[in-house]
Design a protein around this ligand. Structure first.
Ligand code: ADP
Ligand code: MG
Length: 245
C-alpha cells in the first residue's frame, strides 16, 4: 500500500501542497484531476522524492519517509526505487535506442548484467507493443511510441507504484489511445498507479478513485461514476463542466 499523511510542500512562501492525505491500496488506480497549478505534478514529484516535502509522511509497503525527522539519502533512494515515473514529455535519451533507453536504469543503477537487462528490456518493449522498434532512436518514433518506451523504461526498474504525470497531454489526439491502452493493461495486471490525467474516459474505465485537487488540497474524492455524474462540491462541478466543454 501507498500511504500519504499530512503532506506539505512549499516553494518559498508559496504553499503548493497543504496537507494531503491519501491511501492507495495495492493494485488500485487513483486518478488525480484539478486545474493547472493545483499541485498535481508537485504531489507526484514528492512521491518520487524529486521534491523534498516540508512536512508529512510517505509510506510504500515497509519503507517509510517521515519528513518531520531527518531523512537520509539512503532512505530516499530505497523509497524512490519503489516508484516509477512517466512524465508529460518523454525525457528519453536522444542518442540511445529504445532498448538502450529501457536498459539504462537496470544496468547503471541496479548493476544488472547487460545481456540480462537487454532481454528484459526487449520483453518490456514487446509488452508495450514496440517489439519491432527496439533499435529505433527516439527521433524515429512517434510521440505515442516514445511515451510507450517511457513506460517500459519505468517498468524496467520493477516499481511497486507507477506514477503518471499527464502522460498523453503532449500527444496528438490520434496517438493518445495507444498509450492509454498500455496503461489500462498495466492496471488490469494489478499495478498500483497514481495517474494525473484529464482523460475522463480513462478515469471512468480504469480508476478505482478520482481525486479532485485545488490549491494544494484534496477538495473531493470518490468513485469516477459518482463524481462525474453528481459531484458534491461546487468547484468540482465547475471544473468538470469546463473539461466537458
Ligand atoms: N520548483 C518550483 N519552484 C517554485 N514554484 C514551483 C516549483 N514547482 C512548482 N511550482 C509552483 O507550484 C504550483 C503548483 O505547480 P504544479 O505542481 O506543477 O501544479 P499542476 O501540476 O497541478 O499544474 C504552481 O504555482 C507552480 O508555479
Ligand atoms: Mg502538472
Amino acid at each position: 500500500m501507498l500511504s500519504i499523511k499530512n503532506l506539505h510542500k512549499q516553494f518559498g512562501d508559496l504553499v503548493v501542497l497543504d496537507g494531503i492525505d491519501l491511501n492507495v491500496e495495492t493494485g488500485k488506480v487513483v486518478v488525480v484531476i484539478g486545474p493547472s497549478g493545483s499541485g498535481k505534478t508537485t504531489l507526484l514529484r514528492c512521491l518520487n522524492v524529486l521534491e523534498t516535502p516540508n512536512k508529512g509522511e510517505l509510506q510504500i509497503n515497509n519503507k517509510v519517509l517521515d519528513f518531520s525527522k531527518k531523512v537520509t539519502k539512503k532512505n530516499i533512494q530505497a523509497f524512490r526505487k519503489q516508484t516509477g515515473m512517466v512524465f508529460q514529455t518523454y525525457n528519453l535519451f536522444p542518442h540511445k535506442t529504445a532498448i538502450e533507453n529501457v536498459m539504462e536504469g537496470p544496468v547503471i543503477v541496479q548493476n544488472i548484467p547487460k545481456q540480462e537487462a537487454r532481454n528484459k528490456a526487449r520483453q518490456l518493449l514487446e509488452k508495450v507493443g514496440l517489439g519491432d522498434k527496439i533499435d529505433y532512436y527516439p527521433y524515429q518514433l512517434s510521440g505515442g511510441q516514445q511515451q510507450r518506451v517511457g513506460i517500459a523504461r519505468a517498468l524496467a526498474m520493477e516499481p511497486e507504484v507507477m506514477l503518471f504525470d499527464e502522460p498523453t497531454s503532449a500527444l496528438d489526439p490520434e496517438l493518445i489511445g495507444e498509450v492509454l491502452q498500455v496503461m489500462k493493461e498495466l492496471a488490469e495486471e494489478g499495478m498500483t498507479m497514481v495517474v494525473v490525467t484529464h482523460e475522463m474516459g480513462f478515469a471512468r474505465d480504469v480508476a478505482d478513485e478520482v481525486i479532485f485537487m485545488e490549491g494544494g488540497h484534496i477538495i473531493e474524492r470518490g468513485h469516477p461514476a459518482d463524481m462525474f455524474s453528481r459531484p458534491s462540491n461546487s468547484r468540482t462541478k465547475e471544473f468538470l463542466n469546463l473539461l466537458s466543454e
